[in-house]
Design a protein. Structure first.
Lengths: 110, 115
């Protein structure tokens, strides 16, 4: 089985930088995903890490440490439209299914 | 637009009834996944199909069933509905041969309200 933890809520100011952490425990790791979900809408893919290190994609970056069971999503130059829930998901070895954390609700204020 | 199509967008029904949700995956994707999302539970994996065959099962109730057809579209059948089944139901697909083959792309979801 898997256990995924991420903060329930975070707040930040427009133009700032925010880091959303995710820790996980799994019997066999085969990738970590971050999705963004606006209320009532579909989750949309942001990033995918399978090796240790930082993956950068525009204003969003994601980091993975497999030995620590830890990832973070870094959002730079925050915009109001970044207010959403951010979901961390883990794929276990031998499977293509994902187990999602409960999500971190990010509120960006002016 | 993710390329995954779900119908209907909204469904309102009564307890004890049966409904069918439909999903068409992205072109070329062989895997279809069904998820349930309620306010208190987050996104819960229900079941996966790959090229017509059941591949993995998650927290799917016995009252729920799914299938994937030869044209790769999938249907999720929910029967003997209870108030607690009210939720957003998402379908996702993955596959192909590109570097994105491991990524699941989600449809817009079906909002089910059981009254």
């Amino acid at each position: 089985g898997q256990n995924i933890d991420q903060p329930t809520e975070m707040t930040a100011t427009e133009g700032a930088i925010v880091q959303i952490n995710c820790t996980y425990q799994t019997s066999g790791f085969n990738g970590l995903f971050w999705y963004q979900q606006h209320a009532g809408e579909a989750p949309t893919f942001l990033s995918y890490n399978v090796l240790d290190g930082l993956e950068e994609k525009g204003r969003f970056s994601s980091f993975l440490s497999r030995s620590k069971g830890y990832s973070y999503l870094l959002l730079k130059e925050l915009q109001m439209k970044d207010s959403a829930s951010y979901l961390c998901a883990v794929r276990e070895s031998g499977y293509s299914t994902l187990t999602f954390g409960k999500g971190t609700m990010l509120l960006v204020s002016p | 637009d993710s390329g995954v199509t779900q119908t209907p967008k909204h469904l309102i029904t009564a307890t004890g009834q049966r409904v069918t949700l439909r999903c068409s995956p992205r072109s070329g994707d062989l895997s279809v996944y069904w998820y349930q999302q309620s306010l208190d539970q987050g996104l819960q994996f229900l079941i996966q199909y790959y090229n017509g065959e059941e591949r993995a099962k998650g927290n799917i109730l016995e009252r729920f069933s799914a299938q994937q057809f030869p044209d790769l579209h999938s249907e999720l059948n929910l029967s003997s509905l209870e108030l607690g089944d009210s939720a957003l139901y998402f379908c996702a697909s993955s596959g192909g041969t590109s570097i994105t083959k491991n990524i699941q792309y989600f449809g817009a979801g079906t909002r089910l309200s059981v009254l």
